[in-house]
Design a protein around this ligand. Structure first.
Ligand code: FAD
Length: 439
């Protein structure tokens, strides 16, 4: 069996490694148009800030995959077309310009996503960046080193924009955040997002909401309301779109946000073609509806499932909750499941509670966290949670993830036998209070 995979970051390499574990005989080839593979994109903001070494994000190369898994990865090779009837691919070697054809028995599309660059005048400037891959990161690092910018503007206040904001600030750069919505962190409900905005302002970040970038000049950005913001460098962090042109060309069905439709085994509508990672749509555990939430955690998982199923395994995808977590300076922000807004849009009669409790005994240095719990009034079923705090947020959000995944009700939270000793928690954990209030 000749298995060809397109894309060699999280999903593609995960698929290849699992396929190899299941099938020692298969020929496995991956085409990757970039020069970096299997890297930790999630660490890039911290490499920009100098907190981690860039080289630590790219620990594996083609040689590693050849040696460890007998997987052949060709970098700087772009797949330019796909014919699903003949089972052929056209490939361009980007180093030499050579064009050639390859064939497959089974194909996995793991082409990921690209940063959306809004059509803004001046967005092609050399001081304007997006951050999606290692080359983008290197360009940002080099610009900072060579030009030593004093000011930066970041358009978009999702987790990537905020993580980069923290790291630029740590380098001594004055940052202005620009968000076209009335609130920061669009994934949160507005009553939780205010905590993030206040904290950003306290940390000397200029936050502008309800405005978008209209034009970029050499040292400023002009906003939709005509205000001008000083900026020696600009990051456009306004979301991503799935790379699905090849799939579309081959007649593969696309779904929400033009991401590839797959079943629970990652199979597309075309025989012997599977897809995984940021180029596919997912379904939501709570609503069952199709959603597009590209994340590394899911890319690794769907890659493994694709690699398993294509080699005869029986792993099945069980959906997502859209769980996310990030930090900004010392503040940790996490959310899972439906927000209050999403729950209402999905037709639920929603019960909501907020509780503010320390993560551990105050005499052990406990720090308060705000938990917003969202449940269905009628059935009591938990629908979502959002947490903002400083310590222990990761542990609590994962308790909610588990409870929601297994269809827990709000009152179940009180009955969980959670671990307690003063250095770790309080006798009644903050999660249990959510159960008591929402009950
Ligand atoms: P990609 O990483 O997009 O890789 C796809 C690859 O396919 C690319 O290298 C591309 O060059 C290649 N390709 C595309 N088309 C072709 C073609 N025609 N021929 C050959 N090759 C092709 N996720 C989290 O869960 N937690 C985090 O904390 C987190 N932090 C992040 C921070 C940053 C700054 C960024 C940018 C992302 C972060 N993510 C995080 C998201 C995570 O990195 C992605 O979800 C993950 O990289 C997706 O992996 P993928 O393999 O599906 O796609």
């Amino acid at each position: 069996m000749r298995l060809v995979i397109i894309g060699a970051v999280a999903a593609g390499t995960s698929a290849a490694a699992k396929a190899r574990r299941n099938n020692e005989e298969a020929e496995i080839v991956i085409y990757e148009k970039d020069n970096f593979i299997s890297y930790s994109g999630c660490g890039m903001p911290y490499a920009i800030g100098g907190e981690v070494d860039s080289d630590d994000l790219t620990p594996r190369d083609s040689e590693f995959f050849k040696r460890k898994y007998n997987i052949h990865i060709l970098t700087l090779h772009e797949v330019t077309s796909l014919n699903s009837k003949n089972k052929t691919l056209e490939i361009k070697n980007l180093s030499t310009g050579e064009l050639f054809t390859d064939t497959y028995d089974k194909l996995i599309i793991a082409t990921g996503a690209s940063a959306i660059i809004p059509p803004i005048k001046g967005a092609d400037g050399k001081h304007v960046f997006s951050l999606r891959n290692i080359n983008d990161m290197n360009k940002i690092k080099e610009h900072i080193q060579v030009h030593q910018p004093k000011t930066a503007a970041i358009a978009g206040t999702g987790f990537i924009g905020l993580e980069v904001c923290e790291n630029l600030k740590k380098l001594g750069i004055r940052v202005t955040l620009i968000e076209k919505l009335p609130q920061v962190t669009p994934g949160l409900d507005s009553d939780m997002a205010v905590y993030v905005k206040d904290y950003l302002i306290k940390n000397d970040i200029v936050v502008i909401t309800d405005a978008s970038v209209k034009e970029i000049t050499q040292n400023s950005v002009i906003l939709s309301d005509e205000r001008e913001v000083q900026a020696d460098m600009i990051l456009l962090s306004t979301g991503v779109r799935p790379n699905t042109e090849l799939a579309k060309m081959a007649g593969i069905e696309l779904g929400i946000a033009d991401a590839i439709k797959v079943d629970e085994t990652m199979r597309t509508n075309i025989e012997d073609i599977y897809a995984c990672g940021d180029c596919i749509e997912h379904y939501h555990v709570v609503t069952g509806k199709r959603v597009y939430r590209p994340l590394g955690s899911t890319a690794n998982k769907t890659g493994r499932i694709a690699g398993d199923c294509i080699t005869g395994g029986n792993l099945k995808f069980r959906g997502i909750l859209g769980t996310g977590i990030f930090k900004i300076f010392d503040m940790v922000v996490a959310q899972t499941g439906l927000s209050e807004k999403e729950a209402k849009e999905s037709g639920y009669d929603v019960a909501v509670c907020h509780n503010i409790k320390p993560n551990k005994a105050m005499y052990m240095g406990g720090k308060e966290m705000v938990i917003k719990g969202i449940a269905d009034k009628k059935s009591g079923r938990l629908l979502g949670a959002q947490i903002i705090g400083y310590e222990g947020v990761d542990k609590r959000i994962d308790v909610f993830v588990t409870a929601i995944t297994f269809k827990g009700k709000a009152d179940d939270l009180f009955h969980l036998d959670l671990a307690y000793a003063p250095p770790f928690s309080t006798a009644k954990d903050p999660v249990m209070y959510t159960g008591m209030i929402l009950d």
